[in-house]
Each structure stands twice: as structure tokens, then as C-alpha cells.
Design a protein around this ligand. Sequence first.
Ligand code: ZN
Length: 319
Amino acid sequence: MSNSKNQEILFMNPVFKQNIWGGNRLATEWGYEIPSDTTGECWAVSAHQNGDCAIKDGTYAGKTLSQLWREEPELFGNVNSDRFPLLIKIIDAREDLSIQVHPDDVYAAKNENGSMGKTECWYILDAPENATLVIGHNAKDKNELIDMIQNGRWTDFLREVPIKKGDFIQIDPGTVHAIKGGIEILETQQNSDITYRVYDYGRLTDGKPRELHIDKSLDVITVPAKSVEDSIIHVREDVKNQLNSLISCQYYHVWKLNVDDNMQFAQEHPFLIMSVLEGDGTINGQKIQKGDHFILPNGFGQVQIQGKLQMIASTIAIE
Ligand code: ZN
């Protein structure tokens, strides 16, 4: 089944998003050309209509990922899905992000024009000393949830937890969450852009507050919240030259790679998405460095990575 098409690594041209809370580290630390000093998001591997990545070079240069998904399904193992199922982002938060929550597939299909729901996970790329973020809440039942939100009891409501560089966090639909200023993450998520904003710290954009989505938030927030212990995974740094599994859920499987000189494995998934977080080296002889994002197609076969690199890989969960 292996042929030359399936041997070609698909490098992405990321799409950048400006946000009031964004910063400039995507330029200063990642070397990307960004549109402004308030660039919050790098959509690194995306086929979403709000940010569709183009292929950087080779046979498919200039084609978008959504186009490739439609026209060359065998590159992705002929997966039965009407759209590329995942979206990979780097997020640079200079300021706190709004407190938000996402719907699941059922709620999104019904209330958001057939969109997918959003399950996401974060690998913490960088965080200040003593950083915290918001994950979950302290309401014990639906009545308390309504009371806390409608009466603005935010300090009681929001559950802030300490995190550090290298932590990994799974965010199921219905989980209240927010990244705080100074934190940088790599996000692996379902291909969806549906977010309900619960609270925005009373901030103004062009003199006006951003829209909140209180009713939809109350519909979808899980009460009580999942425990902190079940949400945060402390990733082992000492596992080298292996696919170190971080999470496997209904939508994706994510691994951390700590490449020290030489790592080999077989690419046997429908496709494998890879992001270089640190370092440089080669993959099957081609140069790769921090900030590169690419897809190894179906049937790619043997993978050989050389150098000193920190990487995140992901694919869809099939079972
Ligand atoms: Zn989110």
C-alpha cells in the first residue's frame, strides 16, 4: 500500500489569529511572521473554515488541508468523516482569557448548525512561576451554579489550580476553563470553533464588553465538575525516544516525544500529526525545527527522527 504519495510529509503553513489577550511570543519565541503584537493563536494544523492551513511545499503546495481531505482521502486512511477531525493550535496568552465552556457533539449539532462539539487538551509549553489556570468550578449542584453565575460570585465559583510547564490537561465538553496571562500551550482539539463565554472579567473591547453566552453555558456546564486529579496529568520527562501516551479519548490520541539522538517507530495510524516544540533535527532525512507542524500520511511506514527534539504527536481515535 506504500507509494510515493504516502511517503511525502505534509508541512503546514499556520494561520494566525489576533485576540485582545494575545501577545508577540509567536514571533519572538517561535519565529513566525505574525500580523500584530496581539496575536493569540497559531492555528498550526487546521482545516476549519475560520482558518484553513495551506500545504507549504511539495506535490500539494498551496492546497488547503480541507481540500486535501476531500480530494485525496487515501492520504488520511479514508477515514469516515465529512471534515478533517482535529485542530492543533499554539496559544500565547499575554492577558487572561475569558472564562469559557464548550458544548458536546449532540448539543452543538442541534444548536450550532451541525458543528462538532469541542473536546480539547493542553500541553503547557510555558508558564510563569506559581502560575494557575481555571479548570472546573465549585458549584455543588445546578441551583448553586445558576446562583453563582447570575449573581457574579466569580471568586466562589471558579476553581483555580496551580500548573507548570510540561503539565497536560484534558478538557471535556461542559468543563469551565480559562488560561491565564503568561501561559503558552499547545492545544489538540476537535475541529470546532464553538465557545460559550461565561465571564470576561468585565473587560471592554472598543468600549464595549464582549458578548457572553450565559444561557447556553448554563445548559452545558457539567455539575459537579470533574476532580482536579482527573483533569491534570504530570508528564514524565525521563521517557526518551518513545511515543509516550498522554491521553486517549473518544476523539484523539496524543503522545509526547522526547527525542534524544535517535528514535524510530512505524506510522501505522490513518495519519499522524506532529509538532516540534523544541530543538531541531531531521525526520527521514528532512530538516525539522521548533515551530514546524506536519502530517505523516497513511501508509507512511517507518519513521526515523534524529536530533534533540521535544514533540507532540496526535491522531484520531478509531475505536
Ligand atoms: Zn477551550
